[in-house]
Design a protein around this ligand. Structure first.
Ligand code: FES
Ligand SMILES: [Fe+2]
Length: 418
């Protein structure tokens, strides 16, 4: 047991049961799979927070999460059959209900099965994802995000799985854009991506807000936009809302961006992006990425087609990323017609995986431009040290209304410099 308040960032990387981070993250709901990746009647193995589980979708459409192995002789339960709302083990046919209760053992006499129960966890389906609560006792209130509940096309991307600690993704500060995504910016003629921006951050009732402005411009200009109730939003800063990111503790990012979908890149089409960053284990993390695009009718269908095409590209993206890491090709060699979504994920993959599977950073030179990294670490250390010390944790309050209205106002002034 560490001394009170003594944890350091490197101590926060392990995520298994009983670790400080593992205990903290098990207090929240997390996405575990894309909804469309678990069809009715299918069971699959999953790993999350360093633990393996079985996930299956019953005939009613409800998704269940139960123990990874059968209670009998330990075979992987996902190999079995989904029957109604239950799962039957392939080895000797034991059948378990969604709440984990064993209800049938064909080779045994009752009432042995009444005494057998495996682990089971609550699930929810939302925003194209399946969420689970993996902690003890009653789950907390399920969070919804008003900006994702608006009308439009909701697309949940194929889940990104990166072989490195989730802290590599957490530390992906805004300063990387002009460099990591340079090849895409050049290929897609998006000079706005190359503009170097200043970011200031502020803790707020749900985590923090990062405000970005063009570096050297407008940092001290007037703005009276108090956009978040309870937040001391800086009235003395020029805020570009479209360059504003919201971080919902502990691991969710939301922001607005111009669409990168092929065929829609040249339009002033602003999307809401929301990403949940979830550790799979100590050296692998997943990013669950959802986009809400305000389109209807034929345009919405065309947009969906474009994103489905992108999904086909995504199947080979990590092979390309590994070739780039191995020096067999460069990011500049990616094909011109690849969607910017796909090339962005490859660019982020190679830099984050390129940092190594776990933090070996040692002493770092964090500077003013990394205010977000510094604040996020401070919030996490504060909460997890409190948890370990048995002190009260912050009760994070999510907004009830979408940010979009305030964001739209700012897009008018958010002229993209050439
Ligand atoms: S191992 Fe599952 S029924 Fe025997
Ligand atoms: Fe990026």
């Amino acid at each position: 047991m560490p001394a009170p308040g003594a944890l350091k960032v490197a101590d926060l990387e392990p995520v298994g049961p009983g670790t400080p981070t593992g205990r903290y993250l098990r207090l929240f709901w997390h996405p575990v799979i894309r909804a469309q990746d678990i069809p009715v009647g299918r069971a699959k193995p999953i790993e999350i927070l360093g633990e393996k589980f079985t996930i299956y979708r019953g005939q009613s459409g409800k998704v269940y999460i139960s123990a990874f192995r059968c209670a009998h002789r330990g075979t992987q339960l996902s190999l079995g059959w989904v029957e109604g709302e239950s799962i039957r083990c392939r080895y000797h046919g034991w059948r378990f209900e969604g709440n984990g209760q064993c209800v049938e053992q064909p080779n045994e006499d009752r009432p042995f099965c009444d005494k057998v129960k495996i682990a089971a966890h609550p699930t929810r389906e939302y925003a194209g994802l399946i969420f689970a609560y993996l902690g003890e006792g009653e789950p907390p209130l399920f969070r919804t995000y008003p900006d994702l509940d608006r009308a439009g096309v909701l697309v949940a991307d194929p889940v990104e799985v990166l072989p490195c600690t989730f802290w590599n993704r957490f530390d992906n500060d805004h300063g990387h854009r002009a460099w990591v995504h340079r090849a895409t910016a050049v290929r897609k003629n998006r000079p706005d991506i190359l503009v170097i921006r200043h970011e200031s951050v502020e803790e707020c009732p749900y985590g923090f807000i990062g405000y970005r402005s063009v570096k050297g411009k407008g940092d001290n200009a007037d703005s009276s936009m108090g956009i978040v109730e309870g937040s001391k939003v800086a009235a003395d800063r020029h805020i570009e809302m479209a360059r504003c990111i919201h971080w919902f503790m502990p691991n969710v990012r939301l922001w607005f961006q111009r669409s990168r979908a092929k065929g829609f890149e040249d339009r002033e089409l602003w999307e809401t992006k929301c990403v949940w960053i979830v550790p799979i284990n100590d050296t692998t993390h997943a990013a669950f990425d959802v986009t809400l695009t305000p389109l209807e009718g034929e345009e919405a269908r065309a947009y969906k087609r474009s994103r489905m095409q992108q999904e086909e590209e995504d199947e080979t993206r990590w092979d390309l990323a590994e070739k780039i890491l191995a020096g067999e090709m460069t990011l500049e060699d990616l094909p011109d017609d690849m969607s910017a979504y796909t090339s962005f994920t490859i660019e982020d993959y190679v830099t984050q995986v390129g940092q190594g599977p776990v933090s070996t950073r040692g002493p770092e030179l964090l500077s003013v431009s990394e205010a977000r990294v510094i604040l996020l670490r401070r919030l996490w250390l504060r909460e997890i040290n409190a948890l370990v010390d048995g002190k009260p944790l912050t009760d994070w309050k999510l907004p009830k209304d979408p940010f979009i209205a305030a964001a739209k106002e700012q897009w008018k002034v958010d002229a993209l410099p050439a």
